[in-house]
Design a protein around this ligand. Structure first.
Ligand SMILES: Cc1cc2nc3c(=O)[nH]c(=O)nc-3n(C[C@H](O)[C@H](O)[C@H](O)COP(=O)(O)OP(=O)(O)OC[C@H]3O[C@@H](n4cnc5c(N)ncnc54)[C@H](O)[C@@H]3O)c2cc1C
Length: 490
């Protein structure tokens, strides 16, 4: 008889685990509390606009290629991928700059700000490529159950020569000194979850992903990835149950034996939770069954929460690109407010995605689809309508200053999403948007473990465990947990 696996949640990691286990011959069912699949990458449709609710940057295309290849498919079977050029626009306080996708143009751009930095960038990215390769082959693809997994001579040698664990802020400053170039290289780690001073230089692999591998866009939107993954899973016989809130993981004699879903017990041989790790432990298990205490969680550094706005305009807007980063205020002050003082930011950095610049299908003809994101501390709970409106006005004022046009009179659709929505809609710990921060103390084997320490047959996947936040890591997380489950079956 086929082994029966039940999976909690339908984010990227759950979808990935479901397909790998179904391919390995298991009988897999996925239970999702919301009415649609995809977790944080759901879509919102309104008045002819289609908004991606979460991720918008398609980085590391190789991870998606490999994923679909594992099932005998190609990315192009599900969506058309476009490389964006320029990769994105950065609004500095004095002027906007387009960040070229072409390497020679990018080097020339660096040179404009700092003599000799073009060649240094080449060296910096060559090193970042080695980290990417080491990261993808030796960190990311391991279950990280113990430090011994990382003690192979090869990774230790590479680790020492590359100094993977010194802060990325120092690493970047050992190459570059112009503040704009430093911010450009520090932004991926800041937005993905920690101050650069607390992030190991291993994560300069993100700079390689950004600048060398490029920024891409799946036509139709990021949810096309979800649709493709669901198609693969359906073909393999995975069963999906939406509007199915898991209330409890049923445990008998320290062995997980099933789920309680909408009052009904579903029996299973193995259980994987792709829901927020903290929620799974603290809500779905009793105290003696938890691997980590409340105190443990209170000491974790979370990646930021976000104030998000989904905005439809009744006209086209000039002056912005597909991806736009507003670095016209102090990077340091905002990072301190997110990670140290946990205050509502005074003058936050923010990001606007304008996918209708590339893709006509996400907005009605002649209209514009905009997504605004402000990273904020996870300690801020009072995200009232007034607070949301105040920040929306603040960033619209800044946008007006930069592009010479106020978009507010042209708004046809306006919706916001913040801390309390992350908690209510995804059971997110402290309203985090992207899981645990990538700090040194929360890397690899120092992350919450994929296998329960207290309950047999219970596993975890997703952005709060290995390898970490982001769409590509979540795909990998599902693969790694499925391998762990299969290994322990055999
Ligand atoms: C605003 C935002 C922007 C982002 N931008 C990017 C980006 O540009 N590029 C990138 O690579 N990454 C980005 N990310 C990160 C990326 O989206 C996430 O890391 C990834 O989607 C997390 O996937 P996951 O598998 O961990 O699960 P999640 O997406 O967190 O899904 C978990 C699922 O579990 C369900 N669930 C929870 N509790 C229960 C329960 N009791 N019963 C049943 N179901 C339950 C939830 O409803 C949810 O559907 C962004 C995230 C956000 C929020």
């Amino acid at each position: 008889m086929k082994s029966k696996i039940v999976i909690i949640g339908s984010g990227f990691s759950s979808l990935s685990a479901a397909s790998y286990l179904a391919k390995a011959g298991c009988d897999v069912s996925v239970y999702e509390k919301n009415s649609t699949l995809g977790g944080r990458a759901r879509i919102k449709k309104k008045q002819g606009f289609t908004f991606d609710m979460g991720p918008s940057w398609y980085w590391m295309p190789d991870v998606f290629d490999n994923y679909f290849q594992d099932f005998g498919k190609k990315v192009s079977d599900f969506y058309d991928l476009k490389r964006l050029s320029p990769s994105y626009r950065v609004f500095w306080d004095d002027k906007p700059d387009d960040i070229p996708s072409d390497m020679n143009e990018l080097k020339a751009y660096f040179e404009k700000y700092e003599e000799g930095s073009g060649q240094k960038l080449e060296k910096f990215l060559a090193e970042a490529k080695i980290k990417y390769d080491v990261g993808m082959n030796e960190f990311v693809t391991k279950p990280s159950l113990s430090i011994t997994e990382f003690m192979t001579l090869d990774s230790a040698k590479k680790g020492l020569s590359l100094d993977l664990f010194k802060p990325i802020s120092k690493h970047i400053r050992s190459y570059f000194s112009h503040p704009k170039l430093i911010e450009l290289l520090e932004f991926p780690v800041l937005f993905l979850g920690a101050k650069p001073q607390n992030t190991p230089s291993l994560y300069s692999l993100m700079n390689y992903a950004d600048m060398a591998l490029g920024t891409w866009y799946p036509m139709g939107g990021m949810n096309k990835i979800v649709e493709g993954m669901v198609d693969v899973a359906n073909e393999l016989g995975v069963k999906f149950y939406t509007n199915s809130n898991v209330e409890e993981i049923v445990v008998k004699n320290k062995i997980a034996i099933g789920l309680k879903v909408n009052g009904e017990i579903i029996e299973a041989d193995r259980i994987i939770s792709g829901a927020d790790y903290h929620h799974t432990e603290q809500v779905l298990l009793s105290e003696s069954e938890r691997s980590y205490s409340k105190k443990y969680w209170s000491k974790r550094t979370m990646a930021p929460s976000s104030l998000l706005y989904y905005v439809g305009l009744n006209k086209k807007v000039e002056g912005i690109k597909h991806h736009n980063l507003f670095f016209d205020e102090s990077f340091e002050n905002h990072a301190t407010e997110i990670y140290d003082t946990h205050k509502w930011p005074e003058r936050p950095l923010f990001y606007i995605c304008n996918p209708s610049k590339t893709d006509d299908s996400v907005a009605p003809e002649g209209k514009e689809n905009l997504f605004f994101l402000i990273p904020v501390s996870t300690e801020l709970k009072d995200d009232t309508e007034e607070v949301r409106k105040k920040y929306f006005d603040m960033i619209c004022d800044r946008l007006t200053k930069h592009i010479g046009e106020d978009i507010r009179p042209s708004i046809e659709v306006y919706e916001s999403f913040a801390h309390s929505d992350f908690v209510n809609e995804y059971n997110s710990f402290k309203g985090n948007a992207y899981g645990l921060a990538n700090t040194l103390k929360q890397t690899a084997f120092l992350k919450p473990k994929m296998k329960s320490k207290k309950v047999d047959n219970l596993y975890y996947t997703g952005q709060l465990t290995v390898p970490g936040p982001g769409v590509p890591p979540s795909l990998v997380s599902g693969k790694v947990v499925s391998e762990l489950v299969m290994k322990q079956f055999n």
